[in-house]
Ligand binder design. Structure first.
Ligand SMILES: [Zn+2]
Length: 69
């Protein structure tokens, strides 16, 4: 089942840039067009939480060990 296109239009990244999201119906994910974070869609409900997101700038920091801050 696909997400409602009207719902998709109002969805935005929860980060401060509030960029639009790319919906992948196959993977059931939403990808931020700005920061590249990937948000899961669970039971047709987008999980727009930074804590739950995969990828993006935060993940790159983690890969380096996060010792800079
Ligand atoms: Zn974003």
């Amino acid at each position: 089942m696909a997400l409602d296109p009207q719902l998709l239009e109002i969805l935005a990244c929860p980060d401060t840039h509030h960029a639009p999201l790319d919906y992948d119906a196959q993977a059931q994910t939403l990808t931020c067009t700005e920061c590249g974070r990937v948000f899961e869609v669970r039971d047709d409900v987008p999980v727009l939480l930074l804590d739950e997101a995969r990828g993006g700038p935060a993940a790159a920091d983690d890969a380096r060990g996060g010792s800079s801050r």
